[in-house]
Design a protein. Structure first.
Length: 458
């Protein structure tokens, strides 16, 4: 059983080793903004590549697209984001602090204000005599909705006619391309359209490092099926996503699937499940949401665009708006879950400790580190590095003792360290040291690529 570590310890490690940097650090940072570093950019890329492989390439049903971030604002009217995608905010009239009303109520009283109207929240704030979390006074404006979409302008005129929004989710770009994909892909229902891309939400209460940020990347699949088959497909995708998470080698005791009860569901949804992870900062945090969205989205876009988004079944000649099942996950959430789960501080003996990131080799930023035992061996070792680099991302390290080089690589999750020593010239073998077991094996150089590639399979 793995030891649990504090969130602070894990975050400190991710920042100090090059996974995540504070955004705009030299300017004092920017609220809620993070940059992915030398190793973090690799981990993110590897996560996205695996998702694309499992959800698009390997699936017989799905295709991918890459739609624009800024789309016609009418699409946000149709999706309900212009009218309803908001949090109720209150301002403190004394100190000018601004707070999300539901969070302030929850923190002060433990009462949930989820789904309450702004008027009901005002009443709760009055009845419980809630004080400002900053200045401690009780003098608030009325609660009012604050839209979470980032607003900007297209063209040179900054007026309401040129107002556009940064997308708060990638899926609407999929729905509005439904007919285009049908026309150009030869897919028939059931089929899915996936995409990976940035989304933006002007979150008022961000937090927990990269768990909730204003700018993030989503990997979404919209899976279209015949009405009546939707609940079967919903179960299919819940299992598919859960298996994906398990294949990432996440400890199962830290995972659960939570089905939303009826009153939690959006009015158009027939079922929603979250895959949750036991993050160190909370009991359970949502990682992946899988929702049966019925025909809501295509119907809305059909109505607002005036375009027919019915599907004509070529076998039965039936016309219908397909139902849609949506598995939606944030790259940063998976990233954080993977890192929390992989992190371990191991006491090897009384004076020796190591930090090791048990990343699945397919996720590891660096697959192998080539370490010549002595600088005198740098020429053949560099040759070996060049050869391996054609296949996967490697590093070359000849500084410090071998033990130190192993520790550096353990801490960033490199699964293999390859030592080129004085015998290598004669026996054409190298020593491969395994990150997790720390075991060393003598492997012929001619078999090395295949040896490593076999362990990178997801
Ligand atoms: Zn105040």
């Amino acid at each position: 059983m793995k030891e649990k570590y504090t969130f602070d310890e894990i975050v400190t490690h991710l920042k100090s080793s090059g996974f995540v940097y504070q955004g705009s650090e030299i300017y004092g940072g920017l609220s809620n903004s993070w940059d992915f570093g030398v190793l973090g950019s690799w981990l993110k890329k590897n996560i996205k590549d695996l998702w694309w492989k499992e959800f698009i390439e390997k699936s017989p049903y799905n295709v991918g697209i890459d739609s624009a971030i800024i789309i016609n604002p009418k699409a946000w009217e149709a999706s309900g984001h212009l009218a309803g995608f908001s949090d109720a905010m209150v301002d403190c009239k004394e100190c000018k602090g601004r707070f999300r009303a539901d969070n302030m109520i929850q923190d002060a009283t433990g009462l949930s204000a989820e789904g309450k109207t702004p008027e009901e929240m005002d009443q709760m704030i009055e009845e419980n005599n809630i004080k400002c979390p900053v200045c401690g006074k009780h003098n608030f404006t009325k609660a009012r909705p604050f839209n979470l979409m980032f607003k900007t302008f297209i063209g040179t005129l900054e007026d309401s006619k040129s107002t556009v929004y940064l997308r708060p989710e990638t899926c609407q770009g999929i729905f509005i391309n439904f007919n285009n994909v049908l026309r150009t892909s030869r897919k028939k229902v059931p089929f899915g359209i996936g995409q990976i891309g940035k989304s933006f939400r002007n979150e008022i209460t961000p937090g927990n490092f990269i768990f909730r940020t204003g700018e993030f990347e989503q990997m979404e699949l919209e899976f279209f099926c015949k009405p009546g088959t939707d609940l079967d497909w919903y179960k299919y995708w819940v299992d598919y996503c859960f298996n994906f998470v398990k294949k990432l080698e996440i400890n199962e005791e830290n995972l659960r699937v939570r089905e939303h009860d009826k009153k939690e569901l959006a009015f158009y949804s027939k079922g929603t499940s979250d895959i949750e992870y036991a993050f160190p900062f909370t009991d359970w945090g949502e990682v992946w949401g899988i929702a049966d969205r019925t025909d809501y989205d295509l119907k809305q876009h059909s109505e607002y665009s005036g375009k027919d988004l019915n599907y004509l079944d070529p076998e039965t000649n039936e016309r219908y708006i397909p139902y849609c099942v949506e598995p939606s996950v944030g790259v940063e959430r998976l990233f954080l879950m993977i890192c929390c789960d992989a992190y371990e501080r191991q006491q090897l003996d009384e004076n020796d400790e190591r930090i090791v990131m048990h990343l699945h080799p397919a996720l590891a930023p660096i697959k192998a580190c080539v370490c010549p035992l002595s600088k005198k061996l740098s020429e053949p070792a560099t040759e070996l590095f060049n050869e391996l680099s054609k296949e996967f991302y490697c590093e070359y390290d000849e500084s410090g003792s071998i033990g130190k080089r192993y520790r550096r690589n353990d801490a960033i999750g490199t699964p293999f360290c390859i030592t080129y020593d004085f015998d290598s010239e004669n026996d054409n073998c190298v020593t491969v040291r395994d990150r997790d077991s720390m075991e060393q094996s003598r492997i012929p150089i001619s078999e090395l690529k295949d040896y490593i590639k076999a362990r990178l399979i997801f």
